[in-house]
Design a protein around this ligand. Structure first.
Ligand SMILES: Cc1cc2nc3c(=O)[nH]c(=O)nc-3n(C[C@H](O)[C@H](O)[C@H](O)COP(=O)(O)OP(=O)(O)OC[C@H]3O[C@@H](n4cnc5c(N)ncnc54)[C@H](O)[C@@H]3O)c2cc1C
Length: 319
């Protein structure tokens, strides 16, 4: 597991805690593994995400566009950069000169940014010690033809070896035929490459390195099949469950709450184990329920409870 974890997290595993594993990592059933080995059969239906849903059109963003369309558009302001949060005065300032006042603020800014934008430099040493993160590079390849028969049934695959820069490859065209212009003529792959001060990535050569890795691992047979390449770099990729994360969060999160600022979401709460989209969404729902109805927040504070379920719905605890 060591090479794989190093590659995914871009962090020496010795710097990580193990508490996040809980129900996030599927437990193997040794008898089942042995039986499959003896019978030489693939086992495709174990683990928490062996089935999942994905929008037919519009990719993952379609879910959130559909949610946003339920709201009053006059109250949605996109593309604005927050430049300062005034905790005492309960105001948020944006780069275009606007100023917003609030009673309660649910912030999904990366917690490190919230600390610096609110001028709480006293929290910086705690944050530097506990709030580690990786960056992510996503490279997409549009390909001519059809995937090989063994790839035609795959969603995503992991690559712990060092013969390719990516730790995961997704056959994105398998998620929906509408993810490519014409499914009878094209297919697509998406690769993820992690990056951090512990794991250097050369952005100049990244696309070429990914293609070389895809050829070496036989995900693609011929580079002339590639019809398009796409690269997205995300400064905040994975919040790392580091050894000192929980002690940092135990001080920082309540401090902001004293000022009615609820830092939630993937990098707002900095908890990998509850930072997928369903988790992040529920963190927001529950923060609002807490403010309005005094209900207990569960997803952000009891990850093992929510991850033991198929979906993190805490409603039975609210009754
Ligand atoms: C490689 C990768 C693969 C993933 N795969 C899956 C998956 O298969 N399934 C799944 O459920 N989840 C997946 N996720 C996680 C998913 O992306 C997150 O759960 C989701 O984006 C969290 O939403 P959020 O609103 O909490 O945070 P974010 O989406 O990170 O939103 C925070 C926003 O704050 C903005 N921001 C930062 N600074 C400022 C500023 N100063 N002013 C204004 N705005 C600012 C950022 O631009 C960003 O848009 C994946 C993530 C990565 C990186």
């Amino acid at each position: 597991m060591e090479p794989y974890n190093r590659k995914v997290w871009a962090c020496p595993p010795a710097m990580m805690n193990s508490g996040w594993v809980g129900d996030r990592v599927a437990t193997t059933d040794l008898n089942r593994v042995l039986r499959n080995l003896v019978l030489q059969q693939d086992d495709v239906s174990w683990g928490p995400n062996s089935t999942f849903q994905f929008p037919k059109r519009g990719g993952t963003g379609a879910i959130w566009q559909a949610c946003a369309s339920q709201l009053d558009p006059g109250r949605l302001h996109f593309g604005k950069k927050v430049t300062r949060v005034d905790l005492e005065g309960r105001r948020v300032f944006t780069a275009d000169g606007y100023e917003y006042s609030y009673c309660h603020l649910v912030s999904t800014l990366p917690l490190l940014e919230l600390i610096s934008l609110s001028g709480r430099t006293d929290l910086q040493p705690l944050a530097d010690r506990g709030l580690l993160y990786s960056k992510t590079n996503v490279v997409g390849l549009g390909l001519r033809g059809r995937p090989r028969s063994d790839l035609a049934t795959k969603c995503w695959m992991y690559f712990p070896e060092d013969d390719c820069p990516f730790y995961r490859a997704t056959v994105f065209s398998n998620y929906s035929p509408f993810n490519v212009p014409d499914i009878s003529r094209y297919w697509s792959l998406m690769f993820e490459v992690s990056e951090s001060p512990y794991k250097f990535v050369d952005h100049q050569s990244l696309q070429e390195d990914v293609i070389a890795g895809a050829l070496k691992t036989r995900l693609i047979e011929d580079r002339s099949d590639i019809v398009s390449i796409w690269h997205h770099h995300s400064n905040f990729g994975y919040p790392i469950p580091s050894l000192h994360r929980d002690e940092a969060l135990a001080e920082i999160i309540p401090l902001f709450e004293k000022y009615d600022v609820y830092s939630r979401g993937r990098f707002g709460m900095w908890k990998y184990e509850v930072s997928n989209q369903d988790h992040s969404f529920m963190q927001g729902v529950e923060a609002v329920e807490r403010v309005h109805n005094g209900r207990q927040e569960i997803t952000a504070f009891d990850p093992n409870y929510v991850n033991a379920k198929k979906h993190p719905w805490p409603f039975e605890r609210w009754n």
